[in-house]
Design a protein around this ligand. Structure first.
Ligand SMILES: [Fe+2]
Ligand SMILES: [Zn+2]
Length: 447
């Protein structure tokens, strides 16, 4: 619910930034450009080769033109199976099956040394300090032994790399949505099952099953939950600490004359598909809903798998997919005490897949200025997006029942509800993204 945006505490995700830095893949073009910039031309190649040749087996230095003459039977190649590794002074080239070729920066390679001197296994932290690297490391010698590459650096350090590990880091087109099940309503209905409150609270496997559902489908259900605030909070905190709002740990959405906020969420009107806090640099991670009371009719919940929708768009209209991932949409929320705003695309894409969907039409103020053609394309893409999220086969409708808690991924699913009568009381909590994802990894190995 939008109300939750008022007072959440979030901090800069230092560990995320660090992880990204640690695992950043090397752009082939960037490497190639660096290679061309740093390698001498034919006129100088002899001088450099002279510096390395003879006593330095395993190294191969190529100029731009001599690279074209490169033969796979060259003595300086290190080959095993179908992987050939060739060393230059400041980078290596890994060729798989004679087809795929990856240029790997020497600096990057040095930074990813995992020897005891450079990396602490026990703390899982880098010990190689980039602030102390005054000059770019160069490769003095390279040898491939089985599945390992042994590199002697000009500063005397020796690194050993497992080729499969290196290739996994360099894979910049990973499989989309591994271990996720992208769903339409029929698939979700047939595949997902509730976890009982007793199992969830008392057994590790019960909690793990819930988290597995949350990762796999972006949604999980817990039934037989007692109707008390304490039990609801205990259920939420069983996963991790909560992201608080100004009222405390849980939010009560009451649709009655005494409603607390002038927000459409607190009326009995229907709510179209949206994600919460789309304006935020860190949208609400996971949300729980628990209906405590409803005196009237209607008010069904509706969910759609945004990742499934994105994949449908990517396959049927790549241009629309690109537009939804590039055009910035300004979102803004202004209340008595707060003013939030942000500009983000509908799809935030990393690692070749959508990571966050931000879509809240009621908070959408404007779209960045575009050319006439681009503007038309953007609205065409939005129409396609809406056509797919509002397809009956994709809409998963549920009747909220007291005692049945829904937990869902606000980065992945869009949610909405139908119009209703009477007074309706829903409690909800917000679970911070990183904490839930961390629990999912620890308890299920997913993610
Ligand atoms: Fe919402
Ligand atoms: Zn090392």
């Amino acid at each position: 619910m939008r109300l939750f945006n008022t007072c959440f505490k979030y901090s800069l995700q230092y560990c995320q930034v660090r992880h990204l830095l640690r695992t950043t893949t090397v752009s082939k073009n960037l490497c190639a450009a660096r290679c061309l910039a740093n390698l001498p031309d034919d006129g100088n190649i002899g001088r450099v080769q002279g510096r390395f040749s003879g006593s330095l087996p395993g190294i191969r230095l190529l100029s731009t033109s001599s690279r074209a003459k490169f033969s796979k039977h060259d003595l300086n190649e290190e080959r095993q199976d179908d992987v050939v590794v060739t060393a230059m002074s400041d980078h290596i080239v890994i060729n798989e099956n004679g087809i795929s070729e990856k240029n790997v920066s020497g600096m990057w390679l040095r930074d990813h040394c995992r020897c005891q001197e450079c990396f602490s296994e026990s703390r899982y932290q880098n010990l190689y300090d980039l602030s102390k690297v005054k000059t770019k490391p160069t490769i003095a010698k390279l040898e491939k032994k089985g599945k390992s590459i042994h590199v002697d650096w000009n500063d005397g350090h020796i690194s050993v790399y497992n080729i499969d590990y290196l290739l996994s880091l360099l894979d910049n087109k990973p499989i989309r949505y591994p271990n996720r099940r992208l769903w339409n309503a029929e698939k979700l209905t047939s595949e997902i099952a509730d976890v009982s409150f007793q199992e969830y609270m008392n057994e590790t496997e019960g909690l793990a099953e819930c988290l597995r559902n949350l990762y796999t489908y972006g949604i999980a259900f817990i039934d037989n939950v007692p109707l008390t605030k304490e039990d609801f909070l205990a259920l939420s905190e069983r996963i991790c600490f909560l992201r608080e709002c100004e009222h405390g740990k849980d939010n009560i959405v009451i649709s009655s004359k005494e409603k607390m906020y002038e927000d459409i969420a607190y009326t009995n009107q229907s709510l179209g598909f949206h994600t919460d806090s789309a304006y935020s640099v860190e949208p609400l991670g996971y949300l729980t809903f628990h209906l405590f009371e409803h005196t009237g009719e209607g008010g069904l919940g509706c969910y759609v798998d945004g990742f499934h929708v994105a994949e449908m768009i990517r396959k049927c209209n790549p241009d629309a997919y690109r537009i939804l991932s590039e055009v910035l949409v300004k979102q803004e929320f202004i209340d008595k005490h707060v003013h939030y705003k942000g500009k983000y695309p509908v799809f935030t894409i990393r690692d070749n897949e959508v990571k966050i969907i931000r879509y809240q039409t009621t908070d959408r103020i404007s779209v960045q200025h575009l050319s006439l053609e681009e503007t038309e394309q953007f609205y065409d893409a939005i129409r396609l997006f809406n056509k797919i999220i509002y397809s009956p086969e994709n809409e998963f409708w549920i009747k909220y029942n007291p005692g049945r808690v829904v937990i869902f991924d606000n980065f992945r699913l869009l949610h909405g509800r139908s119009v209703f009568t009477g007074t309706r009381v829903i409690r909800n909590t917000v679970l911070p993204r990183d904490e839930v994802d961390s629990r999912i990894r620890k308890l299920t190995g997913l993610g």
